[in-house]
Ligand binder design. Structure first.
Ligand SMILES: [Zn+2]
Length: 328
């Protein structure tokens, strides 16, 4: 199981045992919760990643009109790509490992000394680095849309099945002779991943199989999977001073009701408007006529906006300041 670099996964319901291989060595074996891994991944702030990637893309421009590339340019791009993967790894181990695995795999090619060969490899590397950005938006879109349907079946029928092509991928699987959960001898199935999209789409499919609900927390604006079937409105994330949305939000909500505040209505509108912009931008596929607002820029804005809303409700930020922020 250590001849390929990437992540091996053995799944049981919402749990999985994950084995991470780098440089042909097992560097970590851990137990993960599929829902948490999926939702948690969407919360990393990749806006800096996005900026670095834009610079790498600039580096891949040919040196002249006939498409010449230098070895130096190629090695600068490869180096920057691996550095970017390592940078991500500091906060988000999974993504860092998967990016490094795919970039190294792409770099392991037969160099025929032509500019074409360098160009294709650089373009494949850029595509691989783009994957977290594009895939996160798509997964977020599908998970968020789950919150709009009462039943799993309805969501599946209306939002997932019509776009089934996105999920139809090869998920390479091996049979090993022990159970990763118990270490007992047993013929069991492990899936292997060396790229971001396949790994997270696979988690999404395993998540969907369990027919869990997804809700959007009205307090922090983030997605969460309710723990029980009871009516849960707010999430369990720590919002401030060790208190969770669930603990803080009801108090804020009653303030909100008392005020009947037009600014809060404006906040909701700004949130929807910006999300619509993201949808337009992400679906435009590089069409330059569309205003730029990437999913990651939106997520960063949303985190800040919901914090501003809370501070405003607590009287720590003025109406003027809060209004200016949401209108910007
Ligand atoms: Zn929350």
């Amino acid at each position: 199981m250590t001849d390929k670099n990437g992540i091996y996964l053995s799944v049981d319901g919402d749990d999985a045992i994950r084995v991470i291989i780098e440089n042909n060595i097992k560097i970590q074996t851990d137990r993960i919760n599929i829902s948490e891994e999926l939702i948690g991944e969407l919360e990393f702030d990749l806006s800096n990643y996005e900026a670095v990637l834009d610079r790498i893309i600039e580096e891949t421009e040919p040196l002249d009109d006939i498409g010449a590339y230098s070895e130096e340019q190629f090695s600068a791009v490869s180096h920057a790509a691996l550095e970017l993967a390592d940078g991500v790894r500091e906060n988000d181990l999974t993504t860092g490992v998967l990016l490094r695995a795919i970039v190294n795999k792409l770099l392991d090619f037969e160099d025929d000394g032509t500019a074409m060969c360098l160009m294709t490899t650089m373009s494949n590397i850029v595509d691989a680095l783009r994957e977290p950005l594009d895939t996160r938006y798509i997964l977020y879109k599908y998970l968020k849309s789950r919150s709009e349907f009462d039943t799993h079946e309805e969501w599946l029928r209306k939002n997932i099945l019509p776009e089934g092509y996105f999920f139809r991928r090869d998920y390479p699987c091996e049979i090993i002779n022990y159970n990763l959960f118990t270490n007992e001898p047993k013929l069991s199935q492990v899936f292997f991943f060396d790229n971001y999209t396949d790994y997270f789409v696979f988690l999404f499919l395993k998540f969907a199989e369990q027919q869990k609900r997804v809700l959007e927390c009205p307090c922090c604006g983030k997605l969460f999977v309710p723990k029980s079937n009871r009516a849960e409105i707010y999430c369990d994330r720590i919002l401030i001073d060790g208190k969770t949305c669930k603990q803080i939000a009801p108090k804020l909500a009653s303030k909100l009701k008392q005020r009947n505040d037009p600014l809060l209505e404006e906040y909701e509108k700004a949130k929807n408007r910006n999300y619509k912009r993201v949808e337009r931008y992400e679906n435009a596929d590089g069409n330059s006529g569309v205003m730029r607002l990437t999913f990651n820029e939106y997520k960063a804005w949303l985190d800040k906006a919901s914090e501003m809303k809370r501070l405003y409700l607590q009287g720590k930020v003025s109406a003027k300041e809060f209004g200016e922020f949401i209108r910007a």
